[in-house]
Write a protein that binds this ligand. Sequence first.
Ligand SMILES: [Zn+2]
Length: 346
Amino acid sequence: MTNIQRIPIILLITIAIALFSYPAMAAEKIKVVTTTTDLASIARYVGGDKVEVTSLATGREDPHHIAAKPTYMIAAREADLWIRIGMELEIGYEPLVLDGSRNEKIRIGSEGHLDTSSGVLRLEVPTQKVDRSMGDVHPQGNPHYMLDPLNGRIVAKTIARRLAKLAPEHAAYFTERLKAFRKELDEHMFGKELVNKIGGGKLWEYQLKGRLETVLGKEKGALGGWYVKMNPHLGKKMITYHRNWSYFVHRFGLNATMQLEPKPGIPPSPGRLTEVIQHVKDQKIEVLIMANYFSRQACDLVAEQTGITVVELPMFPGAIPEATDYIALFDILVERVMSAYENKGG
Ligand SMILES: [Zn+2]
């Protein structure tokens, strides 16, 4: 064998060693698969460099109409932890993906399967028996709970705890990352000054009791963040396309009076649109919000007839390029809703 022929063999061996040792290095990370990008964003934050996170959805699709794909099963096959929203949001594809993955670690009920809906604040939990005639109503309540930043804060803890269970050697690290996430979220919600002075946990507690400004007294001038941006619009009316904004509307004290959809998941008929147009005129409603995965057609029709401002919003991180993560998503939601009201002179 000549020297010239030997060099490529040595190169090949080097490449082979690199290739074989790569999976071993990667295996040290906890492989997390989430159904939605909001969960992925929080799992990345809390898990830091100890996790490798993949989201099945991209953030641009209607979360009710995601179909199982072979690529989802491939992602799930390797997962150590599966994280879902729950409350039946993933009912259309999760069973197929879990079965197709043949991964025992992430079966429902096992440590590698996490439903983050336990512990969140829920809205619109039906008090009567649900049937199909009511449209796409979820028997456990409205599943779009991640659009309340307080629920994101709760979910971060749920994820941190489960990661610590799977990798107890990194428990302290996950706790630190959770603290950092919560601090960043709280500073965006209430402003840095009071979070540093009083603590985000206390501020949320006062806010939940409806006593935030009373407790703060003179210090309320130090409030900032999303709270201060949305507060001038407290109680203002809006209509929405679908009930996916209930949590956002509730957290910021807005008043959603009607949906374009006559029932959840049922597109508006011409008759329904006539009712909506009448309602907007009677109630003098200025803002209509819709997730950007819906078609604008029906919303634009209402706008032509009434002058209402249509605000297209990303519902998940990744829905638009600027929505880079969970916190950036709320920056955009708050900014767009606030501007819509301000441009109306309200
Ligand atoms: Zn929905």
